[in-house]
Write a protein that binds this ligand. Structure first.
Ligand code: HEM
Length: 524
């Protein structure tokens, strides 16, 4: 036996002993530092925690197979209302307790997102993932851009982009093929959000290459894959397996476009000032950010981050919800007929107006029931200052609180038919009976979705127009139980793994034909 082997063999136990000792010392120090948290966590039920992987071994099978469906079902069916978890020495509470959720979402002090959001910063560091004073300042600056008066000024833009969408569907009717409608819908929501919020009409729907849509989806898909898999959290691992490079490539495309749009808007503002120095600046998203740049409150770099985040948060979410609804129209034709009847009774043979949208109450029920199912799976906050829930519970700083919206939205205590598509959940009578805080598709409180009203308008506007012009069918089987019979993935919201395959047909109208221009217009 060589000397090196002898030394190596005798060193191995020594090395092992040294590593074990280091872990014991580290572990004791952490336990001492976290003693208050450990004491608090010990009062909450949860699986036993092992060294290093903590309680995450219960998810290992789902992580290995990336079985999102099973993960979501576990949250709904196997967890108690509030459970505690550890990943090494990072503490988590997973809860759908309405009192905790209300205290958390309404807290003005606890606005820091949970650690899982950190990897989003590889793509962009805007409003969605930012925290502290930067978040407060940006939210204050852009808030006026989401007021009703500003949203009212988007009608002409919506009219244009809805019409382009309807024309594209018409093309598909001619071919008679069944196809995944998502890319077309996503290009619509991208076009609309870029035009309305950034003031640039790109008309990417007409390009048919769907490049931007693919980049946005890829980046967000990878962010969620990483968030749900702690094995991918260490930066070194993420780089070594090549995923970081792919994610950065996807975000580079968005960054390039964001910079182009920003420079174009700055130049446009300068030109306008020369031509008409007294003209008032409109209060939409981009203009508010440009004001921020001029006053020194926002840097150009920050502005780019906000634009990228708008591509992500402002387009994918609505696109996924609309795609679900179009697929729903195919799976439940009797429901889409009710929407059609309603739109006809409110608008008849004329263009749909903003005023009309608020009268489409059955469509509103359909949109909400869709949002109940295809929700953002979880929201999470890191507790940074004590959170008083009630006289018995105060959550200490340092804990990550995760709220599985999917669990809340499928809790049989609040939903008569939790696993079915049942718009009656949102009838005025049922809405009145349900306790507050059980339906949070846009979250709630100071960090709620800033684009919620915009999203509702965009989604209803497109849906009402589609239902008036077309009927939809699918060759895929209709699931009886939505959460057990479908395979899911997560791309911001919960999506079916195999997309939204549908076939469009021109609608045969029962009475008069609506005009071919059934898009949004300002009331006369
Ligand atoms: C169906 C459509 C949408 C859904 C379901 C949705 C859902 C949500 C949810 C649940 C949050 C809170 C996330 C959290 O706390 O972690 C959020 C935040 C946000 N959403 Fe939306 N969203 C939608 C559409 C939009 C649109 C159209 C825009 C922009 C035009 C937008 C922009 C944002 C932004 C910027 C935030 C971060 C707000 C902040 O932290 O201050 N969203 N969204």
């Amino acid at each position: 036996m060589s000397a090196a082997v002898v030394i190596g063999t005798s060193l191995t136990p020594l090395l092992f002993f040294f590593l074990a000792l280091t872990y014991v010392v580290y572990s004791l120090t952490q336990r001492w530092k976290l003693r208050r948290i450990i004491q608090f966590m010990s009062q909450i039920p949860g699986p036993p925690a092992l060294p290093i992987i903590g309680t995450f071994y219960i998810f290992l099978d789902q992580l290995r197979t990336m079985d999102v469906t099973k993960f979501l079902l576990d949250v709904v069916e196997s967890f108690p209302e509030t459970s505690r978890h550890w990943l090494n020495f990072t503490p988590y509470i997973v809860t759908t307790d309405r009192e905790i959720v209300a205290a958390l979402t309404s807290s003005r002090d606890n606005v820091t997102k949970a650690k899982e959001y950190e990897s989003l910063r590889l793509i962009s560091a805007g409003l969605f993932s930012s925290t502290g004073n930067l978040w407060r300042k940006t939210r204050r600056i852009v808030n006026p851009g989401f007021r009703t008066s500003v949203l009212d000024s988007f009608d002409e833009n919506f009219s244009h982009h809805v019409q382009v969408f309807l024309d594209a569907v018409e093309e598909r009717v001619k071919t008679g093929e069944e196809f995944n409608v998502f890319r077309m819908v996503h290009s619509f929501t991208l076009d609309a959000v870029i035009d309305n919020m950034l003031g640039v009409r790109l008309d990417i729907q007409k390009e048919k290459t769907y490049r931007l849509s693919r980049c946005v989806e890829k980046a967000v898909d990878m962010f969620f894959e990483r968030s749900f898999n702690p094995l991918l959290w260490p930066d070194l691992v993420y780089s070594l397996i090549g995923k970081k490079k792919i994610m950065l490539e996807a975000s580079a495309e968005m960054r390039r476009l964001a910079e182009e749009v920003l420079n174009e808007r700055i130049a446009h503002r300068e030109r306008q000032r020369k031509e008409n120095p007294t003209a008032e600046t409109p209060q939409y998203f981009m203009e508010l950010l440009l004001n921020g740049i001029e006053s020194g409150e926002v840097t150009k770099q920050q502005c780019v981050e906000e634009i990228i985040e708008l591509f992500l948060a402002g387009s994918l979410t609505s696109a996924i919800t609309i795609s679900w609804m179009i697929k729903g129209a195919a799976m439940y034709p009797h429901l889409s007929e009710k929407v059609y009847e309603e739109v006809m009774s409110v608008c008849g043979n004329r263009k749909i107006t903003y005023d009309d949208l608020s009268k489409l109450t059955y469509l509103d029920m359909i949109v909400k029931e869709t949002l109940r199912h295809c929700t953002l799976p979880v929201i999470g906050r890191e507790i940074t200052s004590e959170l008083k829930v009630n006289d018995k519970m105060t959550i200490p700083p340092g804990i990550n609180v995760i709220v599985p919206l999917f669990g809340l939205h499928h809790d049989p205590r609040y939903w008569e038919k939790p696993n079915e598509f049942y718009p009656e959940h949102f009838s005025p009578e049922n809405e009145g009976k349900r306790p507050k805080g059980t339906f949070l598709p846009f979250s709630s409180g100071p960090r709620n979705c800033i684009g919620n009203k915009y999203a509702m308008r965009a989604m209803k506007c497109l849906l009402a127009n589609v239902v008036l012009r077309f009927t939809v069918s699918t060759s895929e089987p209709v699931p009886k139980d939505i959460i057990h019979d479908l395979q899911y993935k997560i791309v911001f919201l919960i999506c079916p793994k195999h997309g939204w395959n549908v076939r469009f047909h021109n609608r045969v109208h029962k009475s008069e034909n609506p005009s071919s221009e059934l898009t949004l217009a300002t009331p006369a």
